[in-house]
Design a protein around this ligand. Sequence first.
Ligand code: 6R9
Length: 650
Amino acid sequence: MTDQNTYPPTKEFAANAHADKATYEKMYADSIADPDAFWAEHGKRIDWIKPFTKVSNCDYTFGDVSINWFEDGTLNVAANCIDRHLETRGDQTAIIWEPDSPDTPAQHITYKELHENVCRFANVLKFQGVGRGDRVVLYLPMIPEAAYAMLACARIGAVHSIVFAGFSPDALANRINDCNARVLITADEAPRGGRKTPLKSNADAALLHCSDKVKCLVVKHTGGQTTWIEDRDVDVKAEMAKAADRCVPSEMNAEDPLFILYTSGSTGKPKGVVHSTGGYIVYAAMTHQYTFDYHDGDVFWCTADVGWVTGHSYIVYGPLANGATTVMFEGVPTYPDAGRFWAVCEKHKVNQFYTAPTAIRALMAHGSEPVEKYDLSSLKLLGTVGEPINPEAWNWYNDVVGKGTCPIVDTWWQTETGGHLLTPLPGATATKPGSATLPFFGVEPVVLDAQSGEEITTTEAEGVLCFKKSWPGQMRTVYGDHERFEKTYFADYKGYYFAGDGCRRDEDGYYWITGRVDDVINVSGHRMGTAEVESALVAHAQVAEAAVVGYPHDIKGQGIYAYVTLMNGVEPSDELRKDLEKWVRTEIGPIAKPDLIQWAPGLPKTRSGKIMRRILRKIAEDDFGALGDTSTLADPSVVDELIENRMNRS
Ligand code: 6R9
């Protein structure tokens, strides 16, 4: 299964890197021996208005969980991402914006221009009555205004919550309501892959379910027609043109929330993950510099969307805090053809390129020719994130894209962690295809036995991945529900942060992620709670019951497999199947659309009525020879029926 090759850093790379092996080992040991001394030192990478005197004050005791870093310090994140660079690099490009269509010119936005735009945007928000602590939801394409809006919120102390533009009006409305947002920022349309998503009309539909006090700020991006509701809708660009180009950054406490980002869990509705101001920015900036070995003048490209945490930490906050040049791409990897990523790398002379395994697999399917058409000699490093990378894709990335000369950093982290927790440092760590390797500074992973919860202390271990102690980028709470925060992450294994992933530690102490151990599936690197898809399905009038599991999918990593029991008297049909697919798209968004729907006259249940997902997973994997113990089933015959009519046959 695993590729046993190891790829040590080259001498040249190590010699010029921020950390070679000896430096990593020394810094790591220091960070664990005396975390407060370590982070007191590295907290200085950020400009503080009032320097902190306390470093960490964290408690993982269930019932009493509280996480605080740099708690008496004050700062402003936008000032750290912009203002402090003006003197030294005001004319340097901060953001390179690459539009969906290669025929539309790219934009190069300097730090000075970023400053002006963010100040104007901040003044527009203020004029709309937005102040410290107010929530602002962003539902935007990958356009510079998305970064302006994020930083404008940070500048005035408002808390942004970005909703991925692929989510449906219902999903958007739920998030606006959950965080009680005062303002929604959207655009007329989102062009992606030559098609346009009607964001404004989605926003209109969402706002029907929200308080009529919510203002709608609209970026006229494509110029597409939209309905306009006077008194509610505001033309952002027109207002920015009128607004002042200076706005004094608010002095925020390190523990004030910077943003909320909704993410799927194993149960219930998506959780609003809350990140702090001080700890988050220290951690995002430091991981960006060390993991990608970012040096002044490099061009860094993270292909994620700002709707996901990767876009927050590694398109906007981390790179800009480091004074980097960051690429923001509106489009998709395969438009107008499968060479687009490489065309953009050549065009903007990208030095570090960071993407997801699902994109690599999709491009790999097109062969090496679309890559070889372009000059990729600027590339120094490649990165991946979002799901385990299979060695085949790793090797293709390494050989075809990196020409065997670029270290690959496989970064394991989560919305909750704010930044990388397990990752190679490219000048220090010998990589192994498929392994996220070793912990970042200050991070103490442990492998616990899933049943007993005991720490496995041998080097080689397999179990659930947990973390001792906190790190500055850790989430602080679930918005409006601290109890849920504790229950989700600190209840199952007392005294640890439980990530929800399983892992193996090999003889070299390297970590290999084996996937989620809860009912979360990972579709193209996007987290989906099976419960969310199930509740969307059962909300359909003709569905009585539904069970959703993941199954291996060549490109997406995991696909969505739904077992659906229809209401009495309803006949299954292809039409109904299509209708259900469409239904889920509207309820949640296209990423949640089931790949396979199997009609299930009955679901395997225990006598107490619990659905036995283990069995459903096996059938979906086409691996029904090893169903394990089925003796506790109320009606074992339903299993035979499901096997007989399974959808995923090899
Ligand atoms: C950043 C991000 C988090 C979940 C996480 C894990 C999976 C992320 C991974 C990886 C293996 C990697 N995951 N990176 N699995 N190797 N390098 O993706 O955040 O959307 O919250 O997802 O993604 O299962 O628990 P998020």
